[in-house]
Design a protein around this ligand. Structure first.
Ligand code: AMP
Ligand code: ZN
Length: 114
């Protein structure tokens, strides 16, 4: 039994505003965008947090970043800039326990983040 929200978006049980999909990776618009571009890139495989990555996931995590790079380009963000973020566990504000790479852009992003 898998009650994971992002697994459900990946298998179509719950609809998502999908912008990219492959056999291993899915990307969709964040439901509560924090910037003009706010896309989440997820693996189809359920991995709860960054702590749970295994060495066999190296290629998958690399692919997630290549997808973020591609979507940033499609949004004309490559030159102006964008941010990619993984939040891990409570102190970082992780609320969905299926890893997701946030792609944020289209405005100036403060550093350090809050
Ligand atoms: P995090 O706080 O890093 O775990 O990020 C979880 C993100 O998932 C937040 O930015 C939420 O707005 C987003 N989110 C939650 N539910 C959905 C959904 N059904 N579709 C798209 N994004 C979602
Ligand atoms: Zn999941």
């Amino acid at each position: 039994m898998n009650d994971c929200l992002f697994c459900k978006i990946s298998n179509g049980e719950i609809s998502g505003d999908i912008v990219y999909e492959s056999d291993s990776v899915l990307a969709f618009n964040d439901i509560n965008p924090q910037a003009p571009t706010h896309v989440l890139v997820i693996p189809r495989k359920h991995i709860a947090t960054l702590n749970d990555l295994k060495s066999e996931d190296r290629e998958l995590v690399g692919e997630m970043h290549m997808v973020a790079q591609q979507i940033a380009g499609e949004h004309n963000l490559s030159e102006s800039g964008y941010r990619t973020v993984f939040n891990c566990n409570d102190a970082a504000g992780q609320t969905v326990f299926h890893i997701h790479l946030h792609l944020l852009g289209g405005r100036n992003l403060d550093w350090p983040p809050g």
